[in-house]
Write a protein that binds this ligand. Sequence first.
Ligand code: FRU
Length: 453
Amino acid sequence: MIPSKKQYWHIEPDRGLLNDPNGLSWFHGLYYAFFQWNRFEKNHSHKEWGYCTSPDLTHWTFHGSALLPDQSYDAQGVYSGSALVIDDALHLFYTGNVKQDGQRRSSQCLAISTDGQHFLKTGPMFTTPDGYTEHFRDPKVFHAGGRYWMVIGAQQRTGKGAIVLFSSSDAQHWNLVGPLAQSEACQMIECPDLFLIDGTAVLLYCPQWRDNAHDLALHSFAAYKLTHFDTAAGTLDDRNLDDNRHLLDQGFDFYAPQTLQTPDGRRVILGWMSRMEDAQEAVFCQNEPRIHCLTMPRELFIQDGKLCQRPVRELSALLGAAVSPERSDSGLRFAPSHRYFRLMLEAPTGCSDLELSFGNGEWRFIYDAQQKVGTLTRRSWVQDGEETRSFALETCTALELWSDQSSIELFVNGGVHVLSARVFPTASQPDLRISGIDARTTVQVNELCMNEN
Ligand code: FRU
């Protein structure tokens, strides 16, 4: 029997399809994680905001629907957006999507909640300005330099992607500042986010290649760049979305990320843990009531000019008993009692060739010290064979792996590289093997446990 894909400690709805994280925020003592949700079917035919709350970014309570597509201006989708607490009220900014007779219309809308349970729509704030097509969505709002700012993902009338900036004194009446950054290569930008870490502006965005003639999405990924944002002028130093950008995640499944700031000032990111194609989705959710989840919350930091990620420290509340390894000539073998566990590997002087493999070929991570390459491989669930993701890796000194029932998130060298992947469970008895380690390398595996902390 195929083991269930139901995640143990990640955010996922009880049914239907989840996509982008939306409205990440801290309000009245709780974290809010809204998300794009089709509560009726495991496909993209209906989009509303569902939501979860948590006191600690670790234990989440699922609440069902927050915003339904029930108005003339959002009837074909309450699309992605963000949240900001203003005057003790949670403000939700989203794109109202309308599609009638093949014609798309987008407006940027507001809903307000004073109790975190009832969300009152106040309606559209503005429609698409001249110079852009109706692929104009995903407002992310923040406060800086005494003003509110909104970044929006867009397609210019030229058919090329852009991020557009608006500003406001009250977060309700918005003035177009202009294009903040542009692309010559891609046809749309989805889900932008802009914030400061230690004075550096971090721009997150998802370049998307489209077939404009047929209005079809072809290919996309989540990227970032580090630059400078001038809050007086509303300008970025680096306005080119095609150059000097980096992948946010080197794995298979990571998209449409969004960040929030914790009350103690940390910048935390969650992403949609999927880049599955239709055929992969169809097989993955067979006999399951739901499909897709969010990634774990990760703290962002900048190190040596790179944006790095580490699991938020609150997740250590999940750590349970240590699992003892079996040792043999070929290395270590761990058999935790569930598919959800955490592994820490430290090799202060750097690993030589290393192999971590799980579940008889479900996935493996290999570090090739000669080629200086790290490779994550997973077994395909739609055809015979495997899929791989490789990246340049000079040395490998630390691995931190967080596994759930049907996903892994791997942090390499303290979060300089991160790889996220859904995996298709075939083995209920976990079997993790590590080879290629020397005597100076330490490895620890812990069970994860929701209730004991
Ligand atoms: C990104 C995205 C957003 C849009 C939402 C609709 O995955 O396409 O641009 O608002 O999903 O669900």
